[in-house]
Design a protein around this ligand. Structure first.
Ligand SMILES: Cc1cc2nc3c(=O)[nH]c(=O)nc-3n(C[C@H](O)[C@H](O)[C@H](O)COP(=O)(O)OP(=O)(O)OC[C@H]3O[C@@H](n4cnc5c(N)ncnc54)[C@H](O)[C@@H]3O)c2cc1C
Length: 292
């Protein structure tokens, strides 16, 4: 949910950008309906976008103040021992114990063994983790001196299960003089793009846009920035494929022995997954289950 606050005169969302649900859901996330009414939104097809604001700002303003002093920053959880009555969590900051824990690290971190479990996770859970298809994630933003690109376009990806690649007007509804074209990619296109240097990315993207827009991209290019989510050591990828089997997703969201719970974009009830709001809803479900 990182942003680049300096690239333009509105926050550039390097990860989550769209509100993929009703704007009322924002109020439900923070238990305050006034929040949904007080923020400005712009409609974008079936979704919404924040105006001069972002998901990052939303959590910072409406959720963080109530929990800020309870968060331990810059600490990496290394192992979770749930063999006894208490759950013991070992992190780079020390050893902690609790009656129950909620795990909310990206699925890729679990898939690559980033946390050691004692005892090992049950077979159903570890099979679901290992068999899950996690798409790579990549975004880039290109500024041009004129908006020759209109709404942008989708680049066909085949087969469709292998990912998505979309160019879109990132300044839509932002009341800005900056003309910024966003590039969103997950899966195979993201894997390819994240291997390029910044200069190679520029050449690759401008060539693709020049084909569609008759050479205007190279003519009006000003600057660009990008975000490769694979290279973030505690994120390591994009997100669970949209085409994943819902039964596998449901398994990812299940708790273990009334002690270890899972919450986040990839640990849902199998109805929907990977959006920010589904991550928040899964956290509420985990807490309700924990307290029941
Ligand atoms: C390119 C891209 C575009 C996206 N666009 C959208 C969008 O437009 N709209 C939308 O709704 N969603 C979007 N998403 C998805 C959205 O970003 C995720 O669903 C959401 O961030 C998931 O939240 P989370 O809390 O589950 O995980 P994360 O936000 O990934 O947070 C996990 C946290 O765990 C921490 N962590 C990792 N390992 C450890 C460890 N060992 N110990 C302690 N902490 C650890 C990480 O540092 C991180 O802070 C996008 C994702 C990508 C990659």
């Amino acid at each position: 949910m990182k942003i680049n606050p300096d690239f333009a005169d509105f926050p550039i969302p390097l990860g989550a950008e769209w509100i993929e649900t009703k704007t009322m859901t924002l109020g439900e996330i923070v238990n305050d309906d006034r929040v949904s009414i007080g923020l400005n939104f712009v409609e974008d097809d079936a979704d919404y976008k924040f105006v001069r604001y972002s998901w990052f700002n939303f959590f910072e303003d409406y959720l963080l103040p109530s929990v800020r002093d309870k968060i331990r920053y810059q600490e990496v959880v290394q192992s979770i021992d749930y063999s006894g009555n208490e759950v013991k969590v070992s992190s780079s900051g020390g050893l902690f114990s609790a009656d129950r824990v909620i795990i909310s690290v990206p699925l890729k971190v679990l898939q690559e063994g980033g946390i050691f479990f004692q005892p090992a996770l049950p077979a159903n859970k570890s099979e679901a983790i290992q068999n899950a298809t996690i798409w790579e994630g990549f975004k880039a933003f290109f500024e041009f001196s004129i908006p020759f690109y209109g709404d942008g376009f989708s680049v066909p990806v085949s087969p469709k299960e292998s990912g998505q690649k979309i160019y879109y007007d990132a300044a839509l509804g932002q009341d800005s003089n900056h003309h910024i074209l966003g590039l969103f990619a997950v899966g195979e296109p993201a894997r390819m793009l994240s291997q390029l240097s910044s200069e190679e990315l520029k050449i690759n993207v401008l060539a693709e846009l020049d084909e569609v827009y008759n050479g205007q991209a190279s003519a009006f290019y000003l600057k660009h920035t990008s975000q490769n989510w694979q290279s973030e050591p505690h994120i390591r990828g994009g997100y669970l494929s949209d085409h994943e089997d819902w039964r596998l997703v449901k398994e990812l969201g299940k708790s273990i022995n009334n002690k270890v719970y899972f919450a986040g974009g990839e640990y849902t009830d199998g109805e929907d997954w990977v959006s920010v709001h589904t991550a928040a809803q899964s956290a509420r479900r985990a807490v309700e289950e924990m307290l029941s």
